[in-house]
Structures are given as structure tokens and as C-alpha cells.
Write a new protein. Structure first.
Length: 570
């Protein structure tokens, strides 16, 4: 696992959890992320004592403790009220409950992260990265608070609120508390009123939906999002999450309509243009895809939000429209990006797809067919991911639709399908990638059933009391197909029945070796989503640099605070 950020090795973390297994897992995950020191507490009272004795950069706390009526939320509230928890500390609450009132309560107490069990280590890593980024952005405010410069800190909060700077609502909450502390009660009342008018509650409700999605509770998330979008139809982040749910459920037509709604609210959003454009292409709406992805390219080709896959999909749309000049521009842009990205396998493969299409468009058939064959030869390459698989299927389908053939094309399609058919959503995406040649689409559809049959046949041994054979068969199939679903099923079966399997350690090593070798290829497709999670929005970072920045701001920032502006602006 990659380190969270460049300073994480100097960070100190505290894990408060009464369950020894989950406490050990959390501790290991934090160490894997690069956290320098990780302390542990088994009870809330022990956690409180540790937090009162020293400062921690990260606190991960369980919400409920057997035999203890106090909740983790109450500990957080007590620490906040007593000024014992610096705003620079990232506080993560871990819970098995995602009821709306709990997340709303967490939002109001300036909780940095509400993590719903079960969760993946990558989810915890993402949440911590977001929270630590928020701390850095608002670091000047927190440094001022920590050095007792409350007037300055409140002024910085009000400035951020008035200009709608990054994390303006979070800053407003801190500013309101500071105004109360320094006796500006009337101004604090006005700011609190403005915060209420700014409608913070929908954000909390969206947090519930995101937690439900992360936990795999898609139907629950759907109900939450239905309520939220009905009440807040212009909340683009909510439509983003709804689209994600629909895609994971394999409902691509509904997802496309949802992404249209999100893009209509924010017509210049590069990620939303890309999501709608890519999905439109896979749904056969090539004219819509061309228009949207062309605009995304014009707006964002130099932006970190831009996904190079957009250019590949745009190249396919222009190939189908017989737009040679447009296709040439896609190729030139990918040539440029391949050089800028220092020849990463992903971007280089994107460029080669566009080159192959360009040759085929120009009737340089022998060169084009050779380029396709070279790409197909990488169907087992560890760096080939779902996006690359979709592009290869689309390329093969275009050849077949144009009555061009290469020996072994059907077997290549079958191999790609068997390798990457890992879920309903991914299988649907692969099938739609091959839709230009229906026989290829049928082959892909059948591969999903093949993988399920392999899994069921192996798992029958576990049901009959022989889990060791089940794990070995799953691994044999996994090593033959490179399918991650089979690897994960083997891992889960091994974990559940470990005490009954004599060679568990050896099997573990085989699983770990596969996961390490093919980790990049098993990543979920981005589909233009970028890295930002929809709905994501701490406080001072407490570093010497931030405190110096705050001291230097005294001369530049007036502390005769203006009343907060009306909150009608968004």
C-alpha cells in the first residue's frame, strides 16, 4: 500500500477498539500506510487518558464497546468541548451502523470520517488522505487557534465562508464556535443562521449513501439517494453517487440518464462530462459521446482531472463516424500525453489503440492489423486492466464488423472475458465494448457464466466438508484464467476454514503472489470518474510551518470582523 502523504512517517496514531482482532487489523493497516507510530487502547477511558496525555495526528475509534454505555461519539464530543483534541487531529469513527441521524451527528461534531464496517483498507486510506488534505488546506486557521489568536482565526474562517473557498462550510462551523468563544454572540448567531441556510444536512445524508455503497448495501444506498435527490434535485454529487450505484447494479441505461442530470447541473465539470461521454459510447450513443468527450478534452486535457481513456473512447466514436481528422487529433493528443506521462504502460497502450484505429481508417490494413495483433498478444499481461480489456474488445469488434479477420480472434475474446468478468457491472461493460460485433458480445456474456460455474464447482467441496480442495481448485482456476473473483473467493474460503487446512500458509503465499503480480490489472475501471469521491468536502495541521504562516498573517489580516454575508450563494 502506498504512503498516505510525504509527512505520514512522522505521524502518530491511536487506535481505540475493544475487539482485539479489529484493533490489530487497524493497527496493521495504519502501519502499512506509512504511519510512523501507532498506539492502542482497549477502552474509551484508556483512549481518553492517552489523548489527554499527548497529541496524536490520527485517532481511529470504534463507536460501540461491549459493557460500556458510552459511545465513541460521546468521547469525541467530550474532547471537543474540553479543548483536549486539537483540530489538527484526524478523528475517524468506525461503526457498523449507517443510520442518517448518526452521520448527521458526526457531521455536526466536526468528525473527519465516518467509516462503515465492513470496509476495505483502500477506503480507510482514501478517507485519511482526504482528511489530511483538509487539515493542510485549513492549516492557517488551526495554527491561529492553537496560538490563541482567536480573532485572526475567526476572520480567516469568515473570509473563506464569504468567498466560498475550499471547505468553506467546515471553516464556517469553526468560525462560529470561535465567535462564541470571543463573545461575539450576535455575529455568531448570524453565521449559524447562514450555515443552516447553506443546507449542510444533504451532505450528511449523502455521506450515509456513500457509506452504504462502500459496504455493498446498494439497495439501501438507492433508497437513501432517492429521498435525497427528490428533496435536492440540483445536488450534483448525489446524482454522481446514484450513477455509481446503478453501474454497480448493471443498470447502465439508468446510470446514463443519471449522469446526464449531474452534467446538466454542472455543464463544465470535466469528470462529469467524461462519465456521461464514456457511458454514452458504451450504450451506443456515439454522437453524444463525441460531443461530450470533445468538450472534456478542450476543457481539461492539461488538467489532473482529465482521464486519458476519454481520448481512446473519443477515437472509437470518430472511427465509427469516419471522422479521419478528428481521429488524427485524438492520436496526436495521446502521443503528447504518452510523452508527458513518461511512457506509463496504461497511457502507452491507449496511444497504440489510437494508432491502430488511425491505420485502419487510412486503409493501411497490413500495418493496422499488425498493431491490433500486437495489442492482443498482451491479453495476459499483468499491466492490462479492465479499461485496456474494453479497448481491446472494441478494437477486435471493429475489425469483425468491417469483415477483417485475424486468426484466433474468437479465442482472444473468450480469454479476455474469462479473465475480466469479475462482477455484473464489469461483465456488462465488457459485453457492451464488444457490441459492434454481436457474436463477440455473446462470447463475453458466456464467459461470465463460465467463471461462476468454476467458482460453484470448487465451492461444492467446501459445502461437503473439504475446504482445502475447494481452495486448491479455486486457485488452479484462478491461475489459469487470471480472474480476481476466483482469487478472492479462494482467499475468503481459506480465511473461513483456515484451521481445517494443513497447508494454509503455502496457499496463502500463492494467493498473495497472484494479487501482487496482477494487482494493477484488477483495479476497477475509472469510467472518467477521476480520483475525487462524490460528496467529499481539517482543521489546523499544527505544523511549525502553519504556525509561522499564521503569525505572518497578523500584519496582513484585519481582525475587525465583518458580519457574515447572506448564504444564498453556493
Amino acid at each position: 500500500m502506498m504512503m498516505l502523504d510525504r509527512d505520514i512517517d512522522s505521524a502518530c496514531a491511536l487506535v481505540i477498539d475493544g475487539n482485539p482482532t479489529s484493533r490489530s487489523i487497524l493497527t496493521s493497516q495504519l502501519r502499512d500506510m506509512g504511519v510512523g507510530q501507532v498506539a492502542q487502547a482497549t477502552r474509551l477511558s484508556d483512549g481518553r487518558n492517552k489523548l489527554e496525555a499527548r497529541r496524536y495526528d490520527i485517532v481511529v475509534c470504534e463507536q460501540t464497546f461491549p459493557g460500556d454505555d458510552q459511545k465513541g461519539q460521546e468521547l469525541l464530543d467530550d474532547l471537543r468541548r474540553s479543548n483536549l483534541l486539537p483540530y489538527s487531529t484526524v478523528f475517524v469513527m468506525v461503526t457498523g451502523e449507517a443510520r442518517y441521524e448518526h452521520v448527521a451527528e458526526a457531521a455536526e461534531s466536526a468528525l473527519d470520517c465516518y467509516l462503515l464496517k465492513p470496509y476495505a483498507a483502500s477506503t480507510l486510506s482514501d478517507r485519511l488522505q482526504q482528511a489530511r488534505h483538509r487539515k493542510r488546506v485549513l492549516g492557517q486557521i488551526f495554527a491561529a487557534v492553537e496560538s490563541d489568536q482567536f480573532e485572526l482565526a475567526a476572520k480567516l474562517c469568515l473570509d473563506r465562508f464569504a468567498t466560498r473557498g475550499e471547505y468553506w462550510l467546515y471553516a464556517a462551523r469553526i468560525g462560529a464556535e470561535l465567535l462564541l468563544r470571543i463573545g461575539r454572540h450576535e455575529m455568531a448567531t448570524k453565521l449559524y443562521t447562514a450555515i443552516i441556510e447553506a443546507k449542510a444536512v444533504p451532505w450528511a445524508k449523502l455521506g450515509v449513501a456513500r457509506a452504504q455503497v462502500d459496504a455493498g448495501r446498494l439497495e439501501s444506498a438507492r433508497r437513501t439517494l432517492d429521498e435525497l435527490t427528490a428533496a435536492e434535485p440540483d445536488y450534483a454529487d448525489a446524482w454522481d453517487v446514484m450513477g455509481r450505484v446503478q453501474i454497480e447494479q448493471g443498470q447502465f441505461e439508468e446510470a446514463l440518464e443519471t449522469y446526464r442530470k449531474a452534467a446538466a447541473i454542472t455543464p463544465n465539470s470535466i469528470p462529469r462530462l467524461q462519465k456521461q461521454g464514456m457511458l454514452a459510447y458504451y450504450m451506443g450513443q456515439t454522437a453524444e459521446a463525441d460531443k461530450l468527450l470533445d468538450r472534456a478534452t478542450l476543457l481539461g486535457i492539461s488538467s489532473k482531472m482529465f482521464d486519458q481513456q476519454s481520448l481512446v473512447v473519443l477515437a472509437f466514436a470518430r472511427f465509427q463516424a469516419k471522422d479521419g481528422k478528428g481521429l488524427q487529433r485524438c492520436r496526436e493528443n495521446l502521443d503528447f500525453l504518452a510523452e508527458r506521462e513518461e511512457a506509463t504502460p496504461r497511457v502507452q497502450r491507449f496511444r497504440r489503440v489510437a494508432v491502430a484505429l488511425d491505420h485502419l481508417m487510412a486503409k493501411r490494413l497490413s500495418v493496422g492489423l499488425e498493431a491490433v495483433q500486437d495489442l492482443a498478444a498482451e491479453r495476459d499481461d499483468p499491466t492490462l486492466d479492465v479499461e485496456g480489456a474494453c479497448n481491446l474488445l472494441s478494437l477486435l469488434a471493429e475489425l469483425a464488423a468491417g469483415e477483417l479477420k485475424l486468426d484466433g480472434m474468437e479465442s482472444w475474446v473468450d480469454r479476455i472475458g474469462v479473465r475480466f468478468s469479475t462482477s455484473r457491472a464489469v461483465s456488462e461493460l465488457l459485453t457492451r465494448s464488444a457490441a459492434r460485433h454481436p457474436p463477440f458480445a455473446d462470447i463475453v456474456t458466456q464467459t461470465h457464466a463460465k467463471v461462476l460455474a468454476m467458482s460453484e464447482e470448487a465451492m461444492n467441496h467446501a459445502l461437503e466438508g473439504d475446504p482445502a480442495t475447494a481452495v486448491r481448485k479455486l486457485l488452479v482456476h484462478a491461475e489459469a484464467t487470471l480472474n480476481v473473483k476466483l482469487v478472492d473467493t479462494a482467499k475468503l474460503t481459506l480465511q473461513r476454514h483456515r484451521v481445517k487446512i494443513e497447508d494454509a500458509d503455502a496457499l496463502d503465499e500463492r494467493i498473495a503472489a497472484m494479487r501482487e503480480r496482477y494487482a494493477a490489472s484488477w483495479a476497477a475501471p475509472r469510467l472518467g470518474q477521476g480520483t475525487r469521491a462524490a460528496g467529499g468536502v481539517t482543521l489546523r495541521d499544527g505544523s511549525p510551518a502553519a504556525q509561522t504562516m499564521a503569525r505572518e498573517s497578523i500584519a496582513a489580516v484585519r481582525t475587525d470582523l465583518p458580519a457574515p454575508a447572506d448564504a444564498a450563494a453556493t
